[in-house]
Each structure stands twice: as C-alpha cells, then as structure tokens.
Design a protein around this ligand. Structure first.
Ligand code: NAI
Length: 324
C-alpha cells in the first residue's frame, strides 16, 4: 500500500469534526485506495473530547486509517501534513463587533498559517471551513509566504450543494440533472448563487424559473440556509458542512469539471487579485482553475460586486489589525 496521506483537522472535537473524521478515515476524502493518518488539533480544554473521538475511530477498525495523533500544538499537528482542514474557529459571541471577531480569528489562523508554512509537506492543500472562512483563509495564507498562495482555499461548497438541492426541488428534477451551478463571493449572507450559467436539461436554469422566485426565494433561501438550520435544529449545520468539505477536497485532488470554491482571485471577473472569493472553478491535475469567459449581466454584476465589496472590507479590516 502507498504511504499514508497526513490529514490534519482542527476543531476536531467539534460538531463538524465529529461528522468529518469518520468519513475521512473511511476513504471518502481521498479515495478508497489511499491510506490516511489523522492529526487532530484542538485547544487544551477539548483534547480529552478529541481523545474520545479517536477511541471511536479506533473502534471502527477502518482499513485505511494508519494512525491518529492528537495535539494542542499547531507545529505538531501540521508537521508533514498533506491536507489541512481548518474547522476550529472563534464563533461570534453576543455583542461582538466584526473587528473583534476578525481579531480573535486572526489569533487562531495567523499562527496556524505560520505552522503550516514551517512544517507542512510541500504538497499541502488547505481548506478553511471555520468562519469567517474566506478571510480566515486569507489570514492563514498571508502568514505562510513559502506555500504557494493557491493552496489556501475556503469552503463555499455547502452553499453550492444547497443551491443544487433548492433548484432540484423547485424543478422536480434529480440534482444530477443540474450542471454548472456557481456560488460567487463570500461565504456569508451576501453570497450570490447564480442560475444564469447553471443548466438543467441543457437549458439555462434562470429561464426555467419565475424571476421573482429566483430573486425573492431562491437567492435568500440559499444565502440564509445556515440560519434556518440553526432555527430548526438548535445547532448549526454539521453533517452537511462535513459533507461539503469532503466534496471540496475530493474534487480538488481528483478533478472535476465545474463546481464552486473560494480560491485566491487572479483578477478574473473584476474580483481584485488576492481576494479569496468563490468562483465557478474546475480542478485539473490537482489545481483549481477559474472557469473563464462567462458573460455577466447587470443583475449578476451587482450581486457579485456587493459580495466582493464585503470581502474587500474584511481584508482591509484584518490589514488594519496587522493580521496580514
Ligand atoms: P463547534 O463549536 O462544534 O466546534 C469547534 C471546535 O473548534 C471546538 O471543539 C473548539 O474547541 C475548536 N477550536 C477552537 N479554537 C481552536 C483552535 N485555535 N485550534 C483548534 N481547535 C480549535 O463548531 P462547528 O459546528 O464544528 O463549526 C466549526 C466552524 O465551521 C464554525 O466557525 C462554523 O461557523 C463554521 N462553519 C462553516 C461552514 C461553511 O460552509 N464554510 C458551514 C458550517 C459551519
């Protein structure tokens, strides 16, 4: 068997961690023939809970799981890591201003970026799940100057999957009938799920739905789905977030024709270079590429610009805080 791939998961004792680790260990992240070694990074108070999860992983006797390491030291967790899933983050607490939230997360993602820079394997790929995901990814990236910038990505795949499922339900088609869905911008309420390039049965999706449904129902339902899950479940999305993280890394490594991922902009579609924004992407040879040449009409332009403006504000705020 090949040498195991080291996958580091931060926030391993949290809800998403619990939904994610078993799927990684079972081979769904990288493939059914790729052995994995898991490294679980937690804060000291949660190391014991992570140890409990590791006991359960042991009890699954996963054939592909070659070892589990548990630590509260990022330098240990990221040593030799090939894939890093940065899930643990500082949640927004009541009364917290945006600057406080960004600052608190800078205290997590800055040192983690540096540890990745100093200790990870040369082929390291990073997916940031912890919110605010796009800007946390930017902070980690900017603290890892020796790692190619493109290796830092943030997750909008859950939004993408939500958009697929909402459209499939509306048109009463299987999700597999839908092609070329795109989420643009920030993983936040400003994100723009785009039906003008999505196709169902070979025809533009936006032309198959009522414009008012698209504007007043589809876009806000996808963008605010996270809040609706909290309202219904009493806890935030966890299994669906873990599923999306699996999808993102699986497709990054194994290739895909078209999906959504937040990756560093090269200036495409008027998104300033360096901003980690969601785009329509394909993955070829283990690298994300932004799908080029799409025509963006005024309706889409306005929404993409609004979400990108929010990302620029977040970037400027973390710059002012000296985090990047
Ligand atoms: P959770 O609160 O259940 O777990 C978070 C875990 O992170 C905790 O065990 C905590 O101890 C750990 N942690 C905190 N600081 C850490 C650090 N410095 N190093 C290592 N571990 C640390 O939260 P949950 O539900 O697992 O969500 C995790 C994050 O994912 C949140 O920021 C949430 O907003 C975000 N999220 C993002 C989604 C996306 O689509 N991008 C979707 C759903 C959630």
């Amino acid at each position: 068997m090949a040498a195991p791939v080291k996958v580091t998961v931060t926030g391993a004792a949290g809800q998403i961690g619990y939904a994610l680790l078993f799927r990684i260990a079972s081979g769904q992240l990288l493939g059914a023939d790729v052995p994995v070694k898991l490294s679980l990074l937690e804060i000291p108070q949660a190391v014991k809970a992570a140890e409990g999860t590791a006991m359960e992983l042991d009890d699954c006797a996963f054939p592909l799981l070659s070892g589990i390491e548990i630590t509260d030291d990022p330098n240990v967790a990221f040593a030799g890591a090939n894939v890093a899933l940065l899930v643990g983050a500082m949640p927004r607490k009541a009364g917290m201003e945006r600057g406080d939230l960004l600052g608190a997360n800078g205290g997590i993602f800055g040192p983690q970026g540096k540890a990745i820079n100093d200790h990870a394997a040369d082929d390291i790929r990073v997916l940031v799940v912890g919110n605010p995901a796009n800007t946390n990814a930017l902070i980690a990236q900017q603290n890892a100057p020796d790692v190619p910038a493109e290796r830092f990505t943030a997750m909008t795949r859950l939004d993408h999957n939500r958009a697929l499922s909402q459209l499939a339900a509306k048109l009463q088609v299987p999700v597999t009938e839908i092609k070329n869905m795109t989420i643009w911008g920030n993983h936040s309420a400003t994100q723009y799920p785009d039906l003008f390039h999505a196709e169902v049965g070979g025809k533009v999706a936006a032309e198959q739905v009522d414009p008012e449904w698209l504007r007043e129902t589809f876009i806000p339902t996808v963008a605010k789905r996270g809040a609706a899950i909290i309202e219904a479940r009493g806890a935030s999305s966890a299994a669906s977030a873990a599923n999306a993280a699996i999808d993102h890394v699986h497709d990054w490594v194994n290739g895909t024709d078209w999906t959504s991922a937040a990756i560093p902009s090269d200036g495409s579609y008027g998104v300033p270079e360096g901003i980690i924004s969601s785009f329509p992407v394909r993955s070829v040879g283990g690298r994300w590429e932004i799908i080029q040449g799409l025509e963006i009409d005024a309706f889409s332009r306005e929404r993409i610009d609004a979400s990108v403006a929010e990302l620029i504000e977040e970037r400027d705020a973390v710059r002012e805080l000296g985090l990047i």
